[in-house]
Design a protein around this ligand. Structure first.
Ligand SMILES: Cc1cc2nc3c(=O)[nH]c(=O)nc-3n(C[C@H](O)[C@H](O)[C@H](O)COP(=O)(O)OP(=O)(O)OC[C@H]3O[C@@H](n4cnc5c(N)ncnc54)[C@H](O)[C@@H]3O)c2cc1C
Length: 147
């Protein structure tokens, strides 16, 4: 995420909230690209009307900011585990490029797949692709019954 955000600003600091998650190589890379690192524990995010202004740290110091991004872990809200699909590394439903899961007749699209960027247009396109695939499968089924 730091690499993406550094495209939009030259004033970027990564806060790890007390965790030592960055390797020496990663720290070196960030430093060489002008990205700051703060490994102190955060006590609160301070701002007005939903806009971040300051990060308060547990040691009493604070850092003034104009905004921030939070790296979050993804977890599916809906669970249809009994349908027997497999999950990818991010916890999304695995499909092929026709949105087919490994369970015959079961298709998945959009954020259920967590397979990269979450965007409305991608979810809509995948929904369209799933509809095409379902239609094709139903036509094939009908023709195979006629044999
Ligand atoms: C804060 C935020 C900002 C975003 N900003 C953008 C943006 O600027 N541009 C952009 O392109 N994308 C943006 N996205 C991403 C975009 O919203 C999603 O990628 C998109 O909505 C995914 O569509 P979807 O149909 O897969 O899932 P959703 O839109 O989440 O639809 C899933 C639906 O399924 C329903 N549901 C869940 N469980 C069940 C169940 N058990 N039974 C029946 N129904 C169920 C839910 O209520 C929901 O209505 C943003 C997302 C967030 C969270």
């Amino acid at each position: 995420m730091a690499k993406v955000v550094s495209n939009w600003t030259n004033d970027l600091i990564i806060f790890t909230n007390g965790r030592k998650v960055l390797s020496p190589e990663e720290k070196e890379l960030l430093k060489n690209n002008g990205i700051g690192i703060n490994e102190k524990k955060i006590s609160s995010l301070i701002g007005k009307e939903g806009l971040l202004e300051k990060i308060q740290l547990e040691d009493g110091t604070s850092v003034l900011l104009e905004g921030g991004f939070i790296a979050s872990e993804w977890k599916q809200a809906a669970s249809f585990d009994s349908l027997g699909y497999t999950l990818n590394e991010q916890g999304g439903i695995t499909t092929d490029s026709w949105q087919r899961t490994n369970t015959e007749g079961l298709y998945a699209c959009g954020d259920t797949r967590i397979a990269g960027a979450s965007q409305l247009i991608i979810a809509a396109a995948e929904g369209s692709m799933a509809a095409i695939a379902v239609n094709a499968a139903l036509i094939e089924e009908r023709y195979s019954q006629d044999k």
